[in-house]
Design a protein. Structure first.
Length: 364
């Protein structure tokens, strides 16, 4: 037996921001070298994002747009000029307040679709790379949903955008070992807490694409539906400097190399062909693709490397345009869209993270 998906739920914070508003906010928060740069509008325009949601709240956006300070947010400009924004400790306090309720909402939605009572969940898997707190999201889910106090907890931490796929691997292991197990997997990220005030181009790009959200799945080792058939992982050679996610004094620091699309284009196809071959499948046999939309160039690199048909990544691009890159929950948003469209299977969910590492899950 393997993990069968019985319910999937998503949740977004209330702070909805258009990309035009995000650019205007950056012109207030960024140092002069960035806010006055002629290339800055192009970064936001070429992101291909229309809207994002962020947990910092709409009042902060209104303050930045209108030059007020009513929100009292620690992200408001400080004196003297050239500050680096809130400390990591301040950002972690915001994570501890904001991440648990978002995870609870997504998980409650997943439970509702599954039809499973909360107190029948035997295993809880949490995923996050944007904050640390203990007691944390896992205990908030136990109390907020009414999970049994003996539920077995596992956390997948700091693995980046492919974290949900690592979480699915863990859930599948539990379901395979015990088909009667009922597993809740919850992913929550507050990427906006790590807004960077620096001049480094890669951080300016990160500010323009990352967003907040949560997604959860409920499943077991029994039943019909979307079943996890296999999972795979590939460390791309010579890529250690291509992407990083490090703890800094003023938030977590994202590094994104321009080499990432080329690395994906070179290495992802040979690996996927071997991995799918182990399951007796070819690339052409895959019915649908849930590609994590790390950015438009990454999605395009996957399309070109795998010679995907037109429209194969439409769900990925639609989620990205409406919500941005929410890190780990994003691929579950894409998977939810494919399920609702009755997309053909087998389906491959694919994501990338620091390493550079590619992760995949095969559903049939």
């Amino acid at each position: 037996m393997s993990f069968t998906l019985h319910g999937l739920g998503t949740a977004l914070p209330s702070g909805r921001v258009t990309q035009a508003e995000a650019l205007a906010c950056t012109r207030v928060l960024a140092p002069p070298a960035v806010r006055e740069a002629s290339w800055l509008p192009a970064v936001y325009r070429h992101s291909e994002i229309r809207t994002r949601h962020q947990a910092l709240g709409r009042p902060l956006v209104e303050d930045l747009l209108h030059g007020t300070r009513d929100s009292g947010s620690p992200f408001l400009p400080r004196e003297p000029a050239g500050n680096f924004g809130p400390t990591t400790a301040e950002r972690m306090r915001l994570y501890a307040d904001g991440a648990p309720p978002l995870a609870v909402t997504a998980s409650a939605n997943a439970l509702a679709e599954s039809g499973f009572a909360a107190d029948t969940i035997t295993h809880l898997v949490t995923v996050s790379c944007t904050g640390f707190a203990a007691p944390g999201v896992d205990l908030a889910l136990i109390s907020g949903l009414g999970l049994r106090p003996t539920v077995e907890r596992t956390h997948v931490g700091f693995m980046g955008c492919h974290g949900a796929l690592n979480g699915l691997r863990v859930a599948n292991a539990f379901a395979t070992a015990d088909p009667s197990a009922r597993i809740l997997l919850a992913c929550v990220e507050l990427c906006s807490l790590h807004y960077s005030y620096g001049e480094e181009p890669e951080r300016v790009v990160a500010n323009a694409i990352f967003a907040d959200g949560a997604a959860a799945v409920v499943g077991s080792g029994r039943g019909d539906g979307w079943n996890v058939r296999a999972s795979g992982s590939c460390l791309i050679p010579g890529s250690a400097d291509a992407m990083h996610w490090r703890v800094g004094d003023h938030g977590f620091e994202m590094g994104l190399s321009r080499r990432i699309p080329a690395l994906i284009a070179t290495h992802v196809r040979p690996w996927l062909e071997r991995w799918l071959g182990d399951s007796g499948l070819s690339l052409e046999a895959v019915g649908s693709w849930a590609v994590h939309p790390g950015g438009p160039k990454i999605v395009s690199a996957v399309e070109e490397a795998l010679t995907l048909p037109a429209g194969a990544t439409a769900a990925s691009r639609a989620v990205y345009a409406e919500h941005g890159n929410m890190s780990s929950p994003t691929v579950l948003f894409v998977l939810d869209a494919l399920r609702r469209q009755n997309a053909p299977r087998p389906c491959v969910a694919l994501g990338f993270g620091p390493g550079l590492v590619a992760e995949a899950v095969l559903f049939d």
